[in-house]
Design a binder for this molecule. Structure first.
Ligand SMILES: Cc1cc2nc3c(=O)[nH]c(=O)nc-3n(C[C@H](O)[C@H](O)[C@H](O)COP(=O)(O)O)c2cc1C
Length: 337
């Protein structure tokens, strides 16, 4: 068995969850400006798509994004191994296997959360992925993102057996979305809200398997909650809160890693070179600004900021000046009334 390389502890503390349709390269480059120390994750890409699809698009990444992980979906060890190697060669710093997505489409393809019922297959997949990435000049870690179980299976023994089986195949790092996935009757959205969170299982995993790196995910809403998790596990992964209130990422990065707190306006302007470069390549502004709408969430002018971007970014020729226009409306009491 070849063990996956370890990830440096300070690279695990803060991460942004993989989110389909959200954590594209524009979003990740924005989050990188906000949180220089965060670990970023791509949207899930199916192994087949990596092998046969439009790689330039699916594996697009800006050099500023590192450290950044590629999340793969799939359940065929050979294909996952091939896709993992392609991802590592494309420059991703980690390959993560999705064992948590409950959507019907994913279930039909027999991957995602239903893999929680197939630890041996996941172990084979992980072993093949690690082997495929081990011979590279810079071996890339292979990790797993999972739930606690599926449906009404609440047996700790089954969860720990799942983790142990995969750890025995060489995987050292697990992102635990700390709730079950219900494979019947709930939409993916409901599956992120209805099954109760049980952080104690992620904590217990770290206590019982201290040699593993454990990241907790699910429902982390603010800096205090995120910080509390660090007393128990190696890191906190934020999804929706990071996307909808991205300044939280900046606050956490400064709180946990040091540095000076910058204003939202300063951060936005620090993102300008990326935006200008993308516009120069023909990218439409709306594809970038959709990820910025929450920057002033809860702040004076936050609604106006959002509105100006939403209404203006799709217009032909929209450029950086729209962001300056939106920014000018912030910081003034009452403007969002
Ligand atoms: C829009 C959206 C898309 C998601 N896509 C993925 C995905 O591609 N892969 C994955 O492992 N989880 C995906 N998730 C789940 C998140 O990674 C995360 O586990 C979940 O949202 C719980 O974390 P949170 O409460 O901090 O948002 C997605 C979540 C959202 C909201």
């Amino acid at each position: 068995m070849t063990a996956s390389p370890a990830i440096a502890a300070d690279q695990l503390r803060l991460s942004v969850a993989p989110m389909m349709d959200w954590t594209d390269p524009h979003c990740r480059a924005f989050h990188r400006v906000l949180a220089p120390h965060a670990r970023l994750y791509s949207e899930m890409v199916h192994a087949n798509a990596v092998i046969h699809g439009d790689r330039a698009r699916l594996l697009a990444m800006d050099p500023s994004e590192h450290p950044v992980a590629l999340q793969l979906g799939g359940s065929e060890p050979e294909l996952l191994a091939q896709a993992a190697r392609i991802g590592a060669e494309a420059g991703f710093d980690e390959i993560n296997l999705n064992c948590g997505c409950p959507s019907d489409r994913v279930q039909a393809g027999r991957f995602g959360a239903c893999l929680m019922r197939e630890p041996a297959l996941v172990a084979d997949s992980v072993a093949a992925m690690i082997a495929a990435c081990a011979s590279l000049e810079k071996p890339v870690p292979v990790t797993v993102k999972c739930r606690l179980g599926v449906d009404d299976d609440h047996e700790w023994e089954r969860f720990i057996a799942f983790v142990d089986t995969i750890a025995a195949a060489g995987c050292r790092m697990f992102v635990v979305h700390a709730r079950n996935a219900w494979l019947q009757g709930l939409s993916p959205k409901e599956n992120r809200e209805v099954p109760p969170l049980r952080y104690d299982w992620a904590y217990r995993l770290k206590v019982e398997r201290p040699q593993l790196q454990v990241i907790v995910n699910g429902g982390i809403a603010d800096a205090a909650e995120a910080t509390a998790h660090l007393g128990h596990v190696d890191g906190a992964m934020l999804g929706r809160a990071a996307y909808h209130t991205p300044y939280l990422l900046h606050e956490l990065d400064v709180r946990w890693f040091g540095g000076a707190l910058r204003t939202r306006g300063e951060l936005l302007r620090a993102y300008r070179p990326y935006v200008e470069a993308q516009l120069g390549k023909g990218v439409f502004l709306k594809h970038i600004t959709r990820h910025l709408l929450g920057l002033f969430s809860g702040q004076p002018g936050g609604r106006a900021f959002r509105q100006v971007l939403s209404e203006g970014a799709h217009r032909p020729g929209a450029d950086w000046s729209l962001l300056e226009q939106a920014l000018a409306l912030t910081g003034r009491e009452g403007v969002a009334a």
